[in-house]
Design a protein around this ligand. Structure first.
Ligand code: KG4
Ligand code: ZN
Length: 341
């Protein structure tokens, strides 16, 4: 049974996950406190405010995770905490808390890469077998990863500028929609015409598997400026057009990745594309991914939103797999603001 702690950005999170006798994984608790209100007035996450909010919340969140799981620290076998990548102030709070508990209770400590937490979440939610392909689309990352095995990841593509969630958030900001932008852009897009504005599909057709979203963001700005002042209908149409462009761009990249995946593992009985990151909640993106998977004979595994966005359960689960593999870390493991998987 592993306690997991996540504090790399603007969520203070803790969870308890255990291995069941049948070999599955069970989430006993998964407590997430969002700081979104604290940062709302600033239009983005302020690192100093984030670190202070983590300090204030972390003890209570860890306690809540234990209470919800109906366990005490005496039942915990190992402690896992995110040590990177992310905002260093927040990382220090979670890492020190995890290390303190491990030191006080004489438990093994597992220093987790946040991206590994996302990468393994399809195994936590659906027991997906290695190897599989993962699309990670969040506010900070847009990547296509080959998840070969535990501790064996290959980055096939990543963004050369903005992350996809960032593009959603910046589009929302430009159109004066509240943050986080993704869900609000999706809401507005529901009543809009996705064909009204012609927006680019960056990197479409490119043989590499990378993403680029800054050109799309700029195109949205130019359209908004050309049509100012925007009516509600204009905003809805622009959101719909942006979302369609984003979904088609992601679909194009994933189509190529799936081809490469099938070529790399020709005999694989159950090829899987997993989705992680907050943008995985977007229905238009999910629909586009489903279409690509069906065409490629692959299975789409999109974990529930609570496991797609930042959470402690994915960190506890990554810790569980590392613990079982004997990949224990020292208590002086450093935090790392940058740490590619
Ligand atoms: O994974 P996450 O919770 O946090 C990290 O960035 O690590 O992802 C948050 C991102 C934000 O950019 C948010 O706008 C986006 O995911 N997002 C969405 C939706 N829900 C969240 N983007 C598009 N459509 C959504 N429904
Ligand atoms: Zn994340």
């Amino acid at each position: 049974m592993v306690l997991g702690i996540e504090t790399s950005c603007d969520e203070t999170a803790a969870a308890v996950v255990r291995r069941t006798p049948a070999g599955g994984a069970e989430i006993l608790s998964n407590v997430v406190l969002s700081q979104i209100e604290e940062h709302a007035a600033f239009g983005g996450v302020v690192p100093e405010i984030a670190a202070r909010a983590h300090v204030e919340a972390i003890d209570g969140i860890v306690r809540a995770a234990l209470i919800e799981a109906e366990v005490t620290l005496a039942d915990i076998d190992a402690v896992a905490a995110t040590v990177g990548p992310g905002l260093v102030g927040g990382l220090l709070v979670g890492a020190m808390t995890g290390k303190a508990i491990a030191a006080a209770r004489g438990l093994p400590f597992l220093a987790i890469n946040h991206l590994e937490g996302h990468a393994l979440s399809p195994r936590l939610s659906d027991g997906v077998a290695y190897p599989y392909l993962l699309l990670l689309v969040s506010g900070g990352h847009s990547q296509i990863l080959l998840v070969r095995a535990l501790d064996d990841y290959e980055r096939w593509g990543s963004t050369i500028d903005d992350a996809l969630g960032e593009a959603f958030d910046k589009t929302a900001k430009l159109l004066s929609l509240p943050q986080p932008g993704g869900p609000n852009v999706e809401k507005m897009a529901a009543g809009g015409d996705p064909k009204r504005f012609a927006l680019p599909r960056p990197m479409k057709g490119d043989a590499r598997l990378d993403f680029s979203f800054s050109g799309l963001k700029t195109a949205v700005r130019l359209v908004a400026e050309a049509h100012a002042p925007l009516s509600d209908e204009d905003v809805a149409d622009l959101c719909a057009s942006f979302q369609r462009a984003a979904a088609e761009t992601v679909a194009d990249r994933v189509r190529r990745a799936l081809i490469r995946f099938r070529e790399t593992f020709p005999g694989l009985a159950d090829p899987v594309l997993g989705v992680a990151g907050g943008v995985g909640a977007n229905q238009a993106i999910r629909d586009a991914l489903l279409t690509e998977c069906e065409a490629a004979g692959a299975r789409l595994v999109a974990p529930p939103l609570k496991l797609c966005s930042d959470n402690g359960a994915m960190i506890a689960y990554a810790g569980l797999e590392r613990f079982e593999a004997g990949l224990i870390d020292r208590l002086d493991a450093p935090v790392r603001s940058r740490w590619p998987l």
